[in-house]
Design a protein around this ligand. Structure first.
Ligand SMILES: [Zn+2]
Length: 303
C-alpha cells in the first residue's frame, strides 16, 4: 500500500510534466522519470498499457537500427506526432492513440509500444522519403543541375562545415521554416547557431573523397549515394550532449537532441514546410514537398 501511494504520487508529479510532450524535458532540464500519468480522456483499459509504456520508455532492450539500444524515448516524439497525441508517452491517452495506429496496420491493438510497432512506424516514415524509395528500388537519384543550386552566404546559416548550397526552392523552404521557429521559440534567439545548417547539398565526389580520407561512412557505399546529393537534405544543428557532436549517432546524443525544444518544434511543424525527419538522425531532415502533408494529416488532432 505504501509503495502504491508512492507510485501514485510520482505519477501525479510526472503528470504535470507530461501534460504535453512539447512542453516536457527541455534540453537541459533534469530528467523526470516518466510514470503513469493522466492526460486527456482515455478508456480505462489502456491504463495497463500506459504503465507498461512508462516502464519501457527508458528500459526496453531492443535493436531498432542494428545496434542494441535501451529505451524508446528517442523515437517517441515522432511516434506521438504520428498518432496524433500531445499526451505524455506514459499516459493512457498515448496508449489509446497508439492502439488506433496499431489497428490501422493490423497489429495487435494493445497500445503497448514495442519493436513490431516501431517497424511499422519506421516503414511509414521512410515511405515519405522519395530518396529512400528510390534506393529500395535499386536506384540512386540524380543530383540537381548546378544551376538549380543556391549558395548560402558563409556567415548566414552555415555551421562550421563547408557545405553551403541547397536546391534553391529547398533553401527558400528552409529559411521560412527557421524564421517561423524563431518566432515561436524565443529561446532560439539566445543561440543563433541552433537550426543552422551543418550540411546541405554534397557533391558525391566530395563525399567519396571525404570517406576515403576520414572513414566512418559505412565504406564508400553510403557515400556514393547519400541523400545529400539531391540538394534537398539538410542537417540542422540541434546542439549535442556533452562529449558528443552535432551528428553523433550515439544513443545518448540522439536522446539529448530529441528532448530539445528545437527538435520538438520541428516534429510538430516541419511538415508544413515540406520537411520530414530521418528518425535515426534527429538532425537530418529531407524536403519532400507535399507528401510531407500526410504526416500533418495524421497529426491534425494534436494541434
Ligand atoms: Zn544528413
Amino acid at each position: 500500500m505504501r509503495r502504491l501511494r508512492w507510485v501514485h504520487a510520482v505519477g501525479l508529479a510526472a503528470g504535470l510534466v507530461l501534460q504535453t510532450f512539447a512542453g516536457a524535458a527541455a534540453a537541459d532540464a533534469p530528467k523526470v522519470k516518466p510514470r503513469y500519468a493522466s492526460c486527456g480522456d482515455a478508456a480505462p483499459e489502456f491504463i495497463q498499457a500506459a504503465k507498461k509504456n512508462a516502464e519501457t520508455l527508458d528500459t526496453m532492450e531492443w535493436v531498432p537500427f542494428g545496434i542494441p539500444e535501451i529505451g524508446w524515448e528517442t523515437y517517441a516524439p515522432l511516434a506521438a506526432r504520428e498518432i496524433g497525441t500531445t499526451c505524455g508517452f506514459g499516459t493512457p491517452a498515448f496508449a489509446q492513440a497508439l492502439a488506433g495506429f496499431q489497428a490501422r496496420f493490423n497489429l495487435p491493438a494493445d497500445g503497448v509500444f514495442g519493436q513490431d510497432t516501431f517497424q511499422v512506424f519506421k516503414g511509414v516514415w521512410q515511405e515519405r522519403r522519395p530518396f529512400v524509395m528510390a534506393r529500395a528500388a535499386g536506384l540512386c537519384p540524380d543530383g540537381p543541375a548546378r544551376t538549380e543550386l543556391a549558395a548560402l552566404p558563409k556567415e548566414e546559416e552555415t555551421f562550421e562545415r563547408e557545405d553551403r548550397a541547397l536546391r534553391a526552392d529547398v533553401l527558400d523552404a528552409y529559411r521560412r521554416m527557421v524564421a517561423a521557429a524563431r518566432r515561436d521559440l524565443p529561446s532560439l534567439r539566445d543561440d543563433p547557431k541552433l537550426l543552422t545548417l551543418f550540411s546541405g547539398w554534397r557533391d558525391p565526389l566530395d563525399d567519396l573523397f571525404r570517406c576515403a580520407v576520414d572513414g566512418g561512412c559505412d565504406g564508400a557505399r553510403r557515400a556514393m549515394c547519400s541523400p545529400h546529393r539531391t540538394g534537398t537534405a539538410i542537417d540542422l544543428n540541434l546542439g549535442w550532449a556533452p562529449d558528443h557532436g552535432a551528428d553523433s549517432t550515439n544513443p545518448v546524443n540522439r536522446l539529448h537532441q530529441t528532448r530539445t525544444e528545437a527538435y520538438r518544434w520541428l516534429v510538430k511543424n516541419a511538415a508544413r514546410f515540406g520537411f520530414v525527419n530521418y528518425v535515426y538522425e534527429p538532425w537530418h531532415w529531407e524536403w519532400v514537398g507535399e507528401s510531407a502533408a500526410s504526416a500533418t494529416h495524421a497529426a491534425a488532432a494534436a494541434d
